[in-house]
Design a protein around this ligand. Sequence first.
Ligand SMILES: NC(=O)c1ccc[n+]([C@@H]2O[C@H](COP(=O)([O-])OP(=O)(O)OC[C@H]3O[C@@H](n4cnc5c(N)ncnc54)[C@H](OP(=O)(O)O)[C@@H]3O)[C@@H](O)[C@H]2O)c1
Length: 275
Amino acid sequence: MPDIPFLAGQDGARIPAIGLGTYDLRGASGVAATASALDAGYRLLDTAFNYDNEGAVGRAVAGSPVPREQLIYSTKLPGRYHRHDLARWAIEESLFRSGLDRLDLVLIHWPNPRVGLYAEAWRALVEARADGLVSMIGVSNFLPEHLDRIIGETGVTPVLNQILVHPYTPHDELRAANAERGVLTEGYSPLGKGTDLAQDETVLRIAAAHGISAARLLLAWSVAIGVIPLPKSESAARQAENLDVFGIALTEDEVEQLSGLARSEGADPMTHEEF
Ligand SMILES: NC(=O)c1ccc[n+]([C@@H]2O[C@H](COP(=O)([O-])OP(=O)(O)OC[C@H]3O[C@@H](n4cnc5c(N)ncnc54)[C@H](OP(=O)(O)O)[C@@H]3O)[C@@H](O)[C@H]2O)c1
């Protein structure tokens, strides 16, 4: 089993340096896929209210021999529940759906700034943490101005900000803004889902030089730039492959070549709306 390092976050938080993305892992096959990931060594599971699989992921956690305190079950609050009372109910509902006795991490899924209730939602997360429903709280797809508003209004800094990060969308400025505020960065779609990244000539050349797959190279790059990648796979073999990245030593030049592939920003959190 690979030895997964931890990153240190706010208030003594220790977050595994890689986690499992669970989008689309649903039903009994989703339970089996999550269970195989836990067997392989994953200790951070990324789900969301809107993935319709909080129950499947929770079922795998409950059935796993891995001690509960070694696992981080992470979920996300949808945009339609940003209003304070609705946010509280949604967090409680996420807890009930998980079947667990507490959530380890809850994130605000998107800020939806045109609706303008994300600070209210953040206050509900702060209170849910104080009441013991959840151990850690964070955000996703937040820009620096959104971080500053919630930190300014509550004095509570999110443990992490989950954003799109892969070499076509490295988000250097956002990652730096997170780090300046003591906020860890989790990277979603680290394998470049929806792009041709795995066939990119630079990616294939550097992967071949190390004798590794494009997927392992992309994850090693995330780790090298200090991002916690969340690769999703339903295959036990690919889950294990994706964990085997901590011994890959990329040179500074290779990291820069990959970061230099930047070409898009992804969805704009100022206008993209998620409910
Ligand atoms: N916060 C947000 O707004 C947000 C948005 C998007 C995603 N996310 C989170 O981030 C997670 C990961 O992102 P993602 O699911 O979009 O994409 P991803 O992890 O970049 O890519 C997943 C795709 O890559 C394939 N794959 C996995 N390992 C592979 C390997 N070693 N070799 C070749 N192909 C491989 C998977 O297929 P198989 O399953 O068949 O292996 C799947 O089709 C999501 O599951 C979700 O938890 C968050």
